[in-house]
Design a protein around this ligand. Structure first.
Ligand code: GLN
Length: 387
């Protein structure tokens, strides 16, 4: 076996404030730049790397040991969805870890993280003091960074994150239909969740949901399909209003929601029907809020982890949630017809909104998890029950 440490090339992470972190390469070697963000989850690197919401970002994992359970095989279900990944490829620009483990062991592992990164041409760097790096990002806020190999010059072309429409880069390019899947079983709504909307009919025809694909994670589609709805996945800027459908879902997606005006206009048009059920997740929360007239701002260092506590407004119910976002809805700009649905218990920021009378709601966190806790999956039941 080759000595991976011996073969590793020296590599530098250079932050836009001038700080430099030295490490070693274990993935593909090409210089990259992106927004440096940290994720404090202890597991889930295959899901996070393939989450399209990480496009344009260099992902720092604060959990020190990474790679020890390898990477699952890339297989697809009959409907074309990836079985174990959140999309068909790695979307993060790079992964930055403290202690990469070349040795791996897991019943479902097909290859090492290093081999996967090399095949997908994504850099991975190890030996980085990720505690120190995270302290810098927490104190100064997220910033741009570059990864430079060996003796290459320190300067890559200028790059930025804000203002770039990453959604357009990762959204599907044409409409994709998925039939609902009765077989997987439809879990009934939890009566105790206290998120009450009037239930509409529950006829036998399977309901159609338009899914605005801003960079949708596989498990969101799966969570809808297993509740036996038909999903019509449309490109982020497609005007779906001419289609025949029973509910609107707005997906997660990378980057700055202020670059997604076309989607906001289409959502606003759909909201002319006050009875249409609408549910959004993450970027979907931000776009629904924008369609309702609210404003978005950028958090200092975002929420990326498996243990973000949120409280359902008007109740004492708290949930531990999976999150990945850098922007947030400004609660103070919500119109009088809207109210916060969830609040983050660490920093008080918005974690979801609801309309006071119409069946429109959204979550800033990820009820579909993948990876992370599944405690809020009942929100899909709420949505499907409204159809
Ligand atoms: N996961 C997401 O949908 C991210 C939403 C948005 N791009 C943000 O960073 O805030």
């Amino acid at each position: 076996m080759s000595n991976i440490i011996g073969d590793e090339k020296k590599v530098k992470l250079i932050l836009s404030d001038g700080s430099v972190f030295h490490g070693r390469s274990f993935g593909y070697e090409k210089p990259v730049a992106g927004e440096v963000v940290f994720n404090t989850a202890m597991t889930g690197y295959p899901e996070s790397l393939t989450d399209p919401s990480y496009a344009g970002q260099l992902m720092v994992l604060t959990y020190p040991l990474v790679g020890n359970y390898g990477v699952p095989p890339f297989t697809t279900e009959p409907n074309g969805l990836a079985t174990f990944m959140e999309s068909e490829k790695i979307h993060a620009e790079a992964i930055i870890v403290s202690d990469y483990s070349e040795e791996y062991s897991h019943w479902n592992a097909a290859e090492s993280l290093a081999d996967w990164l090399k095949r997908e041409q994504v850099p991975g760097i190890t030996g980085i003091d990720t505690r120190e790096l995270t302290k810098v990002l927490r104190e100064q806020g997220v910033m741009m960074g570059r990864i430079v190999f060996g003796n290459e010059p320190d300067h890559l072309p200028e790059s930025s994150y804000a203002g770039i429409n990453y959604v357009d880069k990762v959204s599907c390019k044409e409409i994709i239909h998925y039939a609902g899947n009765k077989k997987n079983g439809y879990s009934k709504d939890t009566p105790s969740t206290q998120l009450k909307f009037q239930l509409s009919n529950s006829g036998s025809r399977s309901k159609k949901v338009v899914l605005v694909d801003c960079g949708v994670k596989t498990n969101i589609i799966r969570c809808l399909l297993k509740r036996n709805v038909e999903v019509i996945r449309v490109p982020w800027d497609y005007d779906f209003n001419e289609l025949e459908f029973d509910g609107l879902f707005i997906s997660n997606g990378p980057g700055d929601p202020d670059t997604c005006d076309a989607a906001v206009q289409n959502i606003r048009k759909a909201m002319q029907n006050p009875k249409l059920p609408v549910f959004g997740i993450c970027m979907g929360n931000q776009l629904l809020a924008k369609a309702g007239g609210a404003k978005i701002y950028k958090l200092k260092y975002g929420h990326r982890s498996h243990n973000q506590p949120v409280r359902m407004v008007g109740t004492e119910r708290c949930f531990i949630t999976s999150q990945n976002h850098g922007y947030a809805v400004d609660n103070n700009t919500l119109g009088t017809d809207w109210e916060p649905l969830f609040i983050n218990m660490n920093d008080g920021s918005n974690e979801g909104i609801r309309h006071k009378t119409n069946p429109w709601f959204s979550a800033q966190f990820h009820p579909e998890a993948a990876s992370g806790p599944t405690d809020t999956e009942f929100l899909f039941d709420k949505f499907v029950n409204l159809l």
